[in-house]
Design a protein around this ligand. Structure first.
Ligand SMILES: C[S@@+](CC[C@H](N)C(=O)[O-])C[C@H]1O[C@@H](n2cnc3c(N)ncnc32)[C@H](O)[C@@H]1O
Length: 277
């Protein structure tokens, strides 16, 4: 399968992230590639100050808290429901979902062949390899029949999509009428003077094309997806990044990601959409 030059760059980025920061945090075998949520900042910073494994565990727990927060917006899947993990990384959220809902069938796609293999290995090790299946494919041209999925989960993957309309149209094609889509995303604050500057720094480091909120609200039009709920997670994710900034060693992006969220030049949003019946 040949990807466009842009998607090829995204794939290369994730192919290269192996024994990286995210891997270091994942002592439980659940590797995340997303922000965390911190609701008790004092307790979290206390654990960060301890350094070493205690600090890593605190960061990882915050990332798992983000997944669990987002799952609430999926609702309770009915028996036999099928979920698409659109931009699944190394399968972290899918593994949590597979354990939480023993009757849920999960299909994950990532641009990275390394990530797809790592997610498959993690699912097998967790005993959910038959229900959580991962492959290298683009969520902009999904290898699935129309009306396959009841649920779509896109956690920090739409930042990599240059044109959101294509994402909304393609997931609408693969989803069943009445399906629920949950997007969690870094969003550029169009009303903040430093929004473009921080978005450009992140775009360069992560091969993203961070969108302003207006695009998440506008580009679903005509695709069948309708916004049903949204949440602003900027404050709890700014606390998470403050902890990362205080780590002895992080991923290297903390110096601009922490102030980006602390100042709200970037905001962290959850959007839930329903597909027209
Ligand atoms: C920041 S990581 C998030 C991974 C995971 N959702 C998580 O929360 O840990 C971004 C993921 O989106 C995937 N991605 C980006 N664009 C994609 C596309 N067009 N099709 C499939 N996956 C894509 C990348 O391959 C990567 O796995």
């Amino acid at each position: 399968m040949k990807f466009s030059p842009w998607l090829g760059r995204v794939a290369a980025l994730y192919d290269s992230k192996r024994k990286d920061f995210n891997w270091r945090l994942a002592a439980d075998g659940v590797i995340h590639h997303h922000n965390g949520l911190v609701f008790d900042r004092a307790a979290y910073m206390g654990r960060i100050k301890k350094g070493g494994a205690a600090a890593d565990l605190a960061v990882h727990a915050a990332e798992t808290a983000l997944s669990r927060f987002g799952f609430k917006y999926l609702g309770r899947p009915h028996a036999g429901a099928r979920l698409l993990d659109a931009g699944c990384g190394r399968g972290g959220s899918s593994l949590l979902l597979a354990k939480k809902y023993p009757a849920l069938a999960i299909r994950g796609v990532t641009l990275s062949s390394y990530q797809a293999a790592a997610a498959r290995a993690a699912a097998k090790a967790a005993g959910v390899g038959r229900r959580a299946v991962f492959r290298r494919a683009s969520m902009l041209a999904l290898p699935f029949r129309p009306e396959t999925f009841d649920l779509v989960w896109a956690c920090e993957s739409t930042e990599h999509v240059p044109a959101l309309k294509v994402f909304f149209s393609e997931t609408a094609r693969a989803a069943k009428p009445g399906a629920r889509l949950v997007i969690i995303a870094w969003v550029r604050n169009a009303d903040h003077a430093a929004g473009r500057r921080y978005a450009a720094l992140a775009d360069k480091a992560y091969v993203t094309a961070i969108h302003p909120e207006a695009e998440y609200l506008r580009e679903c039009a005509g695709t069948g997806w309708r916004l049903a709920a949204k949440a602003d997670l900027t404050a709890p994710t700014a606390a998470y990044w403050a902890g990362r900034l205080a780590l002895k060693s992080g991923s290297g992006t903390e110096a601009f990601m922490a102030p980006a969220f602390a100042s709200r030049a970037l905001v962290y949003r959850l959007y839930a959409y329903d597909l027209a019946e």
